[in-house]
Unconditional design. Sequence first.
Length: 77
Amino acid sequence: MGLVHPLPKATSTDEVPAAHAGTVRPIDSAHCGLCGAKLGVRALRHHVVSPQSCDATLTVCHTCHKAALGEGYRPAK
């Protein structure tokens, strides 16, 4: 077994004040790029590349993702 050393005690300069701490807020205003359906917080999002323009990436819903792959769209990386 190896030797374990305790972690050093936190100093007042190591702590981040609550006023400066970042908050994470989910984006719930996204829409499907093909059908226009609103993509909720828990909705599956897929990114596909248009067959007409390789630099146009669309965010689509799960249903449109399946249809888009059959129409020549490719998964975005």
